[in-house]
Write a protein that binds this ligand. Structure first.
Ligand code: FES
Length: 193
């Protein structure tokens, strides 16, 4: 399943979104920015990027990053530098459910590689790709702070720990059956930021 094919479908959808916060969301953004001293609005970059990603289709397009830069009065390259550093930000369209599998020491020692291979085979995609139906993407990420319950993966706000192949089967089936949900990347930042 080529990510490019799926990506093109999602790109078209996202392009229809106007890259501008609604009044409500802009108020949240302004409240976040106001936590920092005058002239230091760049410090609000991470929460504003989360907000933008949740608002504009679950990923940060160049247009979205330009928009964030304009709000914070910084250069677009400064936004890109941060957005491309952290694995929680997506620089291309993703599936509704992003399976982020930890590959760091504890998880790796406890079979993360096999879990990745198992999920790749089960979903018929590779790491970095998205299923044709737009439901799942696979990512590998660094330590998610749940080393004592490795191997583990994160999907949206949920951690799935002590993974086995059987647990992977169950969680994938559960996500499929909840597929009416808008997106697992749409964390409720409006209430938490
Ligand atoms: S090594 Fe996987 S959560 Fe820490």
């Amino acid at each position: 399943m080529s990510n490019q094919i799926h990506g093109a479908q999602h790109f078209d959808k996202s392009k229809r979104l106007e890259i501008k916060f609604s009044e409500d969301v802009m108020q949240i953004a302004q409240s976040i920015i106001s936590r920092y001293p005058q002239g230091k609005q760049k410090s609000a970059l991470l929460p504003i990027l989360h907000l933008a990603q949740a608002e504009f289709g679950g990923w940060l397009s160049p247009e979205t990053m330009d928009y964030v830069a304009s709000i914070l009065k910084i250069k677009s390259i400064e936004v890109f530098e941060v957005a491309s550093f952290y694995s929680m930000f997506n620089l291309k369209p993703m599936g509704k459910c992003i399976l982020e599998i930890c590959q760091t020491s504890s998880c790796w020692l406890n079979g993360a590689e096999d879990i990745v291979k198992y999920i790749e085979k089960k979903l018929n995609i590779k790491v970095g790709e998205t299923t044709e139906d737009g439901m799942f993407s696979i990512k590998v990420v660094e330590c998610l702070g749940s080393c004592g319950t490795s191997p583990m993966l994160q999907c949206g706000a949920s951690y799935h720990e002590n993974l086995t192949f059987a647990k992977v089967d169950t969680l994938i089936e559960n996500y499929k059956s909840e597929s009416k949900r808008k997106s697992y990347t749409d964390l409720d930042y409006k209430n938490t930021l």
